[in-house]
Design a protein around this ligand. Structure first.
Ligand code: PLP
Length: 384
């Protein structure tokens, strides 16, 4: 049987063939420890430094400003906890938004338990944070603002540069979680004016379990991991050479192909969206109409349950749900809840996320399968 059509690239991505090719020598032969001073250490050490240059090239920063991590979650933990701990003498107030990934929200909750105070800035019905609301939340003791670049569920892209412009004159650090935006839209740390930026390899055609944190030169964070002196003393432990090489290659490809991938994903995403809207009534798109990732389509089918649709289409299409319905309750995603999406819409929300490998034939087939499932379920529920 053929595999279902993969439309969950915001969940994770397959490995790019160039990424596999770049990693292969480090899986097969070049096993040395980059810290070794003998022959075996030379190639892995050079490879890690080349990867650091490749990541820096995509972000527009200096290689020395890149620290390798185990992924988006670790980068967010290090950025937020490391900054808060280091700056706690100056203030103990942090600003973030209601639609962040749990890897930001849970760190903030942890810090609250340690005596910090956290303001969660709301979003509007399109998932957008208004910079004026961030400005209103700033206090003399604010030390850090963490605002995601693009949302994983609905794709809304935040005005991070505007928020950074508010923060900078006040000496407040700005962190952005760019796990979802990198490789899909331009990400340039200087243009964004951020001090800290998180990225995750597996959203970018590199392996799971590797990522990086950009730390602007001059910004100091508490160490993430104590031990030997790897990663400039910030993250001790022998480097994950294999995956760091994969991440570097993925960043190089992302920089090279950004415009082509962006146009490809957007035209197919818009085609999928158009199919749904041409054929079905009682549906709505979530997220900002314009400031949105080019690959993401969050769509609500009124009156239906997301998991029922996913069961119905599961053999042919792999997508993800925005709400999980249980016997007597519905667990809405915190993002849809923050956007105040009414329950009868929210519970029937699916996220389709496309990638550079997605084809027009896949989109046409997926649209037909989803439309047939929605019509069937609505008939069964007596809605049509
Ligand atoms: C916006 C965002 N931040 C952080 C993460 C976590 O990244 P990782 O899975 O590499 O820990 C994800 C992954 O789902 C994400 O979408």
């Amino acid at each position: 049987m053929a595999h279902p059509i993969y439309l969950d690239y915001n969940g994770t991505t397959p490995h790019a063939p160039e990424v596999i090719a770049a990693m292969r020598p480090f899986l097969e032969n070049a096993f040395g420890n980059p810290s070794s001073t003998h022959w075996y250490g030379i190639r892995p050490k050079r490879a890690v430094e080349q990867a650091r240059r490749q990541v820096a090239g995509l972000l527009g920063c200096a290689p020395a400003e890149v620290v390798f991590t185990s992924g988006g979650t670790e980068s967010n933990n290090h950025a937020i906890r490391g900054a808060a701990t280091n700056l706690s003498g100056r203030g103990r107030h942090i600003i973030t938004s209601t639609v962040e990934h749990p890897a930001v929200l849970a760190v903030c909750r942890y810090l609250e338990a340690q005596g910090f105070s956290v303001t969660l800035v709301p979003v509007d019905s399109e998932g957008l944070v208004h910079p004026a609301d961030v400005a209103a939340a700033i206090r003399p003791e604010t030390i850090l603002i963490s605002l995601m670049h693009a949302n994983n569920e609905v794709g809304t892209v935040q005005a991070v540069a505007e928020v950074a412009a508010l923060a900078r004159p006040r000496g407040i650090l700005v962190h952005t979680d760019a796990a979802q935006s990198l490789g899909k839209i331009p990400v340039d740390v200087a243009a964004m004016g951020v001090d800290l930026l998180s990225l995750a390899g597996h959203k970018l055609y590199a392996p799971k379990g590797v990522g990086a944190l950009y730390i602007r030169r001059g910004v100091s964070l508490e160490k993430f991991c104590h031990g030997a002196g790897q990663e400039n003393g910030l993250r001790a432990g022998t480097e994950n050479v294999l995956e760091i090489v994969g991440l570097g290659q993925a960043c190089e490809i992302a920089a090279r192909d950004l415009e082509a991938n962006q146009a490809h994903m957007q035209s197919l995403r818009d085609r999928l969206e158009a199919r749904f809207f041409e054929t079905l009534g009682d549906i709505r798109r979530n997220g900002h109409p314009v400031m949105r990732l080019p690959n993401t389509l969050s769509v609500s089918f009124k009156g239906l349950e997301a998991n029922r649709i996913l069961e119905e289409i599961g053999l042919e299409v792999a997508a993800s749900a925005g709400a999980a319905c249980h016997a007597d309750s519905v667990a809405l995603s915190h993002v849809l809840e923050a956007m105040a999406l009414p329950l009868e819409w929210a519970k029937g929300t699916l996220r389709f996320s496309l990638g550079r490998m997605t084809t027009a034939a896949e989109i046409d087939r997926a649209a037909a399968v989803v439309i047939a499932a929605v019509i069937k379920l609505r008939k069964a529920a007596g809605q049509v």
